[in-house]
Design a protein around this ligand. Structure first.
Ligand SMILES: Nc1nc2c(c(=O)[nH]1)N[C@H]1C(S)=C(S)[C@@H](COP(=O)(O)O)O[C@H]1N2
Ligand SMILES: [Mo]
Length: 432
């Protein structure tokens, strides 16, 4: 029998309206081990008795371990979501979204890292592929994978987000009801290992008049983006490894540019050319795409830094509430400027807010996990999260963002996201 301790939830444990509990609630109570809720019934644990019978897998030796580990056969549904399912042959453009609601922690498994490819995934041979630095430099240089392996590397955790992530929320009159990876899945987090771009640029000897680096990919469309020289000299890298192994073909195998905190499109995959110059190239991907239309008909170019943003992953429209009781509300927060400093959560549509626990260590420009206990008594609720970064940038309300950016906007949507919960525990995306 479970040792059923009864804990009466005290009103003083409540830190904001509609059941939000102190972020220390789980830690301070016996709840962590015995799972109890108000009224004294066991929360979600099940009663057990000794000797319930032996399952097959305890009776016979298991299979041989594979040379490259795969997920359990029971986890095969945990896959990326494409707008249209991937088809055979050379697909022109595809966007596979990370199933954020099926994952925990902050590192996205490499196989589930979202991917946006505008001209398909090239099959690059690492023995042949080279990256060249040329233009306004003292001496043009080129490196293959083997050459770069001998340079000092840095290993850092960074998020990657397509600036088109959540874009349906700009103009779609009714809130999108697709599961949350369709709206939010173009963001992932990884540990990246690579050679700082500054190391390579220094070796080539950059002219003092240089202002931009034109990064060009080795895919069939030669995707090109202009990167400000200050960024290239700051924390950009040529990444070779992702989560400890060579980066996956979808992520730019065997090498890609990684511009931490910048819109994903600038992190050019299959990088083959870094051209040092004094003006931006004005490529298709920084003119017709990835520019921001404003109220007055003008457009904003080179809005490169991703804004402070967050989303509750659980509960969400993909994870509904099956019964009343104590839940952990959890989700992810990130900022292209630096570290997440605070995440507030509301259960009453933004009337009252409580500080969630921000799980450390918090990395700069990386997904950060937040959590807060919530007592759901079967009342309707609207759940929201609002992130603040170390520079005091606060995630705006949807109303404020629309007022500032207008309905013509397409990229960089980052407003507070709202999930309504009805009395039956059904979760819907709402505009609030
Ligand atoms: N060469 C090349 N680089 C590219 C792309 C591409 O299609 N070709 N897509 C860009 C876009 S739009 C994004 S959002 C990021 C996504 O990186 P990921 O696919 O590793 O998640 O890569 C960028 N780099
Ligand atoms: Mo993108």
């Amino acid at each position: 029998m479970t040792d059923k301790k009864t804990m009466i939830v005290d009103a003083t444990d409540q830190v904001a309206g509609n059941g939000l509990m102190s972020r220390r609630f789980f830690m301070n109570s016996a709840l962590a081990s015995t799972a109890v809720v108000a009224g004294g019934s066991a929360a979600f644990a099940q009663e057990t008795s000794v000797g319930e019978g032996q399952e097959d897998w305890t009776l016979y030796p298991g299979d041989d371990a594979p040379e490259y580990g795969d997920v359990s056969q029971f986890e095969k549904g945990r896959v990326k979501k494409f707008v249209a399912p991937p088809v055979g042959g050379r697909t022109a453009s595809s966007a596979g979204r990370t199933p954020l609601h099926m994952l925990h922690g902050t590192i996205t498994p490499s196989g589930l890292h979202f991917e946006v490819t505008h001209h398909g995934v090239p099959d690059v041979n690492p023995d042949i592929h080279k990256v060249v630095i040329h233009g306004m430099v003292d001496r043009p240089l080129k490196w293959g994978v083997e050459d770069l392996e001998n340079y000092p590397t840095v290993t850092r955790q960074y998020f990657m987000e397509c600036s088109g992530n959540t874009r349906v929320n700009w103009a779609q009159p009714k809130p999108d009801q697709n599961f949350m990876y369709m709206t939010h899945g173009l963001v992932s987090g990884s540990e990246w290992t690579g050679v700082p771009l500054s190391t390579l640029l220094d070796e080539a000897g950059v002219s003092p008049d240089a202002k931009w680096i034109i990064a060009e990919g080795g895919d069939s469309g030669s995707l090109s983006r202009s990167i400000p020289i200050e960024k290239a000299m700051d924390d950009s890298m040529v990444a070779l490894y992702q989560n400890g192994e060579r980066i996956r073909p979808s992520q730019g195998y065997p090498m890609r540019v990684l511009n931490p905190g910048f819109e994903g499109n600038t992190s050019v995959k299959w990088i083959r050319s870094l051209y040092v110059t004094d003006k931006p190239v004005m490529s298709r991907f920084e003119t017709s795409k990835y520019t921001d239309k404003l109220h007055d008909g003008k457009s904003l170019q080179f809005s490169l830094e991703m804004d402070v943003k967050s989303v509750i992953t659980r509960p969400s429209n993909a994870i509904e509430l099956k019964k009343k009781g104590m839940y952990e509300i959890t989700g992810l927060a990130w900022s292209g400027k630096g570290k997440i400093a605070k995440v507030e959560v509301s259960a009453d549509g933004g009337r009252t807010w409580a500080d969630a626990m921000v799980e450390g260590p918090v990395h700069s420009k990386m997904l950060t996990r937040f959590r807060i206990p919530w007592m759901w008594k079967g009342m309707p609720a609207v759940l929201q999260s609002r992130a603040t970064d170390e520079f005091g940038q606060v995630q705006p309300s949807r109303k404020a963002l629309l007022a500032a950016r207008g309905k013509k906007a397409y990229y960089h949507y980052h407003a507070v996201h709202s999930w309504s919960v009805n009395a039956r525990g059904k979760v819907r995306h709402v505009y609030a």
